[in-house]
Design a protein around this ligand. Sequence first.
Ligand SMILES: Cc1ncc(COP(=O)(O)O)c(C=O)c1O
Length: 401
Amino acid sequence: MAVKSPHGGPVPAQSATAGQNTRLVHAGRQPAAYHGFVNPPIYHGSTVLSPTAQDLLNRTQPYIYGRRGTPTSEALELALKQLEGGTGVVLCPSGLSACHLALLTCLKPGDHLLMTQGCYGPVRHLCDGLLRRLQIKTTYYPPAAGPREIAALLTRRTRAIYIESPNSNTFEVQDVAAISQLAHRQGIAVIADNSWATPLFFRPHEHGVDLSIQAGTKYIAGHSDVMIGSVSASARCWPQLKQLHGDLGLCVGPDDIYLALRGLRTLGVRLREHQRNALTIANWLMQRQEVQTVLYPALEHCAGHQIWLRDFQGASGLLSIVLRPFPPQAIEAFLNALKLFGLGYSWGGFESLAVPFLLDAQGPAALVGKGCTGIRLHIGLEDPADLIADLRAGFSQLSAA
Ligand SMILES: Cc1ncc(COP(=O)(O)O)c(C=O)c1O
């Protein structure tokens, strides 16, 4: 059965049983509306002209102003909406702005927020800065906390619980459904940053999440050439999200939207390959004597592995290693020796990356304060044998230094 796009155009029918890859290929595409071309045109535009004064005043046209949506932005929103399974999706100029938008959708002065201690650093900065200035108080909870620990931290002012499952850098997985149940009993909204898994490997709304964030910069776009974010809302939060998104004037340039849409079509094959390579490399790293532990939800010893098995359809290419104590110059020698792993922030592109992080603020309790260094690795689409050779060369320099 055909459904209507928000602006009235036809959207290809999606069977309720269509697989994820079928959705990825067809979601949000309307070739008939583009003269048969497979992909939507890139509309560069601010002003939209109306044919008559009546049309202008009554806003009869599907599009009224570039910031409020174009056929290009609508195509990506629709595609993401079908993948996320929520009520609506808005696009943001970066993943971080999507995190901000989701938080401000649920919170007002005087409210209390429960935030995972292992959250993406700039989100913590936002909580301790702007949100505090707005009289919104944040309490951080341990990244592996279950509903019982979360319940103990709720106050009568708690209005939102923010989850990253798995957490940034240390990758603990949480029981999102149980936390959502607890939250909803008390009218508290649940926000989840699902950038690691994407809706392909974890579907937040099916686990009770109200606002599901994607840093589309990562796997959705997938080629390290775009900054973009999205928030998908459940019916309960959609009106507030849509309103605030419009009020803040958030929008994304059409070329970036197009690149994200183009990346999205191949997300399934890329993610499966990231997973295959990451598993190979994680298992190899586990055997290395320089490595204290590997943090990756697909490994049995990792916090929340059983929940990952139950709730996720896969693991992406981002993981961390914790090195045994080495002096800082040895860590630098290791990083400098890497030729295929680039040294850089972000992740989710086709290429492998490495960045060190401190384990003093977060990480498995047994390792904190022991002088270990964490290194986050993004395992890209190179041949795993070459990546292993690169890491082996790095380890030689680590030991030599
Ligand atoms: C978990 C997570 N969420 C959000 C972001 C922010 O995304 P962006 O870089 O697109 O602002 C990042 C960036 O690294 C991230 O790792």
